[in-house]
Design a protein around this ligand. Sequence first.
Ligand code: UD1
Length: 368
Amino acid sequence: MRSLQIVQVVGTRPQLVKAGALSRAIAERSASDPAVKIEAILVDTGQHYDHAMSGVFLEQLGIPEPDVRLGVGSGSHATQTGQMMMRLEPVLAKEEDAVLLVAGDTNSTLAAALTAAKLGIPVAHVEAGLRSYNRAMAEEINRVIVDHISDLLFCPSERAAANLAAEGVTQGIEIPGDVMFDTMIMTLAAPLDWDGLAGRLGLPGEYAVATVHRAENTDDEPRLRSILEALGRVAMTLPVFLPIHPRTRPLATAIGVPEGVTLLDPLGPEEMLAVASRARLGFTDSGGLQKELYWLGVPCVTMRDETEWVETVEAGWNEITGADTDRIVSAARRFLDGLPAHRPQLYGDGRASERIVDALVERYGVTA
Ligand code: UD1
């Protein structure tokens, strides 16, 4: 019998999406393998706290109720990260034989990884090796630090592993694929009343979906204005639906949302994937949505100056436009005129979480 304790720390919407597949894989391995006993502890930092940004993800993705809620909430980067570390330390100190499992690049990821590393608890990082090479992004700083203090690094692609090698990180690297693909497959398998949802949201037969939440776009008036103007121009021929992150709403409303662009409240994972999968086109500054649109066969206009998911751009399904109105509109036109003939399989096969749990058991399981 091998036993293992996994502490998974989540806090934000994208981490909950990744935790959906990971929590299920942990539960399945425990239930199906009598030779392995896994104790899973789920900690929620509380970085996201609105039901639409957190609770609905737990419900729809079947994530167990967190064992510990740190209740940190919003704040400046230092306040948020510092509070998380202070509240997490006594929790992790009690679990000194555990391995920490964190995903992505948010302040919750950074706080958990730093706290664990300083307590001598091994850190396993999911979505390791991603780089935008833009240090003005909080997420880039977070992911560089987390990768450099992690013991096991789970990369979604060969490219991510090569990025790590270029920084001298060569130990503990695994390439299981992307857990978001696992969660997407799981989520799309759930039954959904599409006509009911489309009716409730007012979706026509043809539409585009957009999201904007990245600090560089939401905290910069000219950039957000330019993005909204572009969406308004697209909406003259194709209506645009924009489920809006709470941080974007005040400035977007102050600038004014153009005709044809409909603001929606944030959507849960099932609704978001249903809406994205039926869209003709997506506009986003999210990392996760770029990949989801790719897997769904929906072209994506990325309203950032760079992307970590370069393979989707190379495949011809994603175009980087920054916040420039003309570039956004012309990318949209190109995609509406025609799509690439091929869409190679990227970022794994939907079984990344299973491989991650296997690797954790292999490396950290102790014979009981
Ligand atoms: C965080 C992540 C970002 C990720 C995003 C997904 C960092 C540095 N950024 O950004 O990488 O893509 O989550 O959404 O960790 N707010 C609410 N309700 C909530 C949560 C936030 O109203 O439940 C508002 C608050 O005004 C808050 C602001 O959104 O100040 C920003 O929230 P925060 O968690 O700091 O960052 P995100 O923009 O969500």
